[in-house]
Each structure stands twice: as C-alpha cells, then as structure tokens.
Design a protein around this ligand. Structure first.
Ligand code: HEM
Ligand code: HEM
Length: 177
C-alpha cells in the first residue's frame, strides 16, 4: 500500500488550510480588534464557528486514522527520523485539539455562546486578557506554528534530501503498490 486513505487525505488538507488561515490571519486579526469595536462580535462569531468546524474535522481526521490502514514506512527509515515523525504527528493532533478546547474555554468563561448565538444582549467583557484560557490559547498558537514549521521541515527533508517523494503518501491515487 502506497498511500493514506483518500478520506484521511481530504481531512488532512482541509484541516491544514483551515488551521493556517486561523493561525496566521483569523486569530491575530481578531485579537487586534478592541472588544468595544462594533465589528468585534461579527469577527468573533466567524472565528468561533471556523474554530469549531476545525475541531469537528480534526476528530473525523483522527477517527479515519484509527479505522483505516496506513501505508507502511520504509524499513530503512533512520531511527531519529522515526522518533521525530511519531512525536510531530501525535503533537499535531494534540495541539490542534488543545487550540479548539482552549478557544471553547475562553467562550465558556466569557459567556460568549450566549452573546454570539443565544441572542443575549449582554456586552462583551472589556477584554479577554484576564481569562486563563485566553493566555493558554495564545501560547498554544505559538507552539502550533513552531510545530507546523517543524512538520514542513520534515517534508522538505524528504522531498529535497532523501528525494523519496513522501508527499505522494498524502495525496489521492491508487493505493495498492
Ligand atoms: C498546517 C497544518 C497541518 C497539520 C495540522 C498537519 C497534520 C498532519 C498529521 C496529524 C499527520 C499525520 C498523519 C498520521 O496520523 O499518520 C500529517 C502527515 C503528513 N503531512 Fe501534514 N499537517 C499540516 C500541514 C502540512 C503541509 C503544509 C504539508 C506539506 C507541505 C504536510 C505534509 C504531510 C505529509 C507528507 C504527511 C505524511 C507523512 C508520512 O507519511 O510520514 N502537512 N500531517
Ligand atoms: C484550531 C482552531 C483555532 C485556532 C488555530 C485559533 C487561533 C487563534 C489565534 C492565533 C488567536 C490570537 C492569539 C493571540 O494573538 O495571542 C485566537 C484568539 C481567540 N480565539 Fe481562537 N483559534 C481556534 C479556535 C477557537 C475556538 C473554537 C474558539 C471559541 C469557540 C476561539 C476563540 C478565540 C477567542 C475568544 C480569541 C481571543 C480574541 C481576543 O483576544 O480578542 N478560538 N485564536
């Protein structure tokens, strides 16, 4: 078998694009708006929905990973690469889900579900900065960016040094070798 299951491939690329957009554009853009800004609530609703969709897709990605067969790794794979790959992949699942959970944590602490979706007329708090989940959300965002850079470095090493075209494992096509 040469490739991951096509459903897993689809989830991988959807999650990758959505996480990068939230990390680089959505989240930082939202954090720049003051809570008193009239546009804040709309941006917040967008970010919350986007983030929770990522959560759902990530769980589906993980479930597909558990229930589908994955292509075996080459026996010659270097032990350091093997440990690095295992660590990075597990950490990617954990940190994306932690990002979603801490986001939901901010929302619960500031009663944002009622304000954003429940028709509550309550104003937003002056800022989210004194909420512990907000601090955690910011720290995980930085860790996740670093981890994605490491993941990309792994891909670049396979692509340009080992030249084994690893990326084809995470693309669509015939699975049997
Ligand atoms: C930005 C967010 C991304 C996330 C959250 C993410 C997540 C993951 C995860 C969890 C796996 C492991 C699948 C498994 O359980 O075996 C994986 C594998 C993989 N990813 Fe990503 N990924 C991202 C971006 C990228 C990008 C931008 C590339 C390529 C340029 C890439 C290329 C790959 C490849 C080639 C594999 C398969 C590795 C192998 O077979 O050893 N990923 N990714
Ligand atoms: C993987 C999913 C998510 C990503 C990548 C993400 C990313 C980000 C980033 C990068 C920031 C700015 C951090 C900073 O500048 O310190 C942020 C802020 C925030 N996020 Fe998320 N987020 C996600 C999910 C969620 C979810 C599910 C919710 C709520 C249900 C949420 C609610 C918030 C809130 C309330 C803020 C604070 C905005 C402010 O300070 O004004 N996020 N997010």
């Amino acid at each position: 078998m040469k490739r991951y299951h096509p459903l897993l491939v689809a989830f991988h690329w959807l999650v990758a694009i959505m996480v990068l957009v939230a990390l680089v554009v959505g989240g930082p853009g939202l954090a720049e708006l003051k809570n008193s800004d009239p546009q804040k609530l709309t941006a917040l609703i967008g970010h919350m929905v986007w983030g929770m969709v990522i959560g759902g897709l990530m769980l589906a990605f993980l479930a597909t990973r558990v229930f589908s067969r994955k292509p075996p790794y080459a026996d010659a794979e270097h032990p350091t690469l093997k440990v690095g790959r295992k660590f990075t992949h597990v950490a990617l699942y954990v940190l994306v889900l932690a990002m979603v959970s801490s986001g939901i944590g901010i929302a619960l602490s500031a009663d944002l579900f009622a304000i954003a979706f429940g028709g509550s007329e309550a104003p937003l708090p002056a800022s989210f900065n004194d909420i512990p989940a907000r601090t955690i959300h910011g720290i995980i965002a930085t860790l996740l960016l670093l981890l994605i850079a490491f993941h990309l470095l792994g891909w670049a090493y396979h692509q340009f040094v080992l030249k084994d075209h690893l990326i084809s494992r995470m693309w669509f096509g015939r699975r049997s070798s």
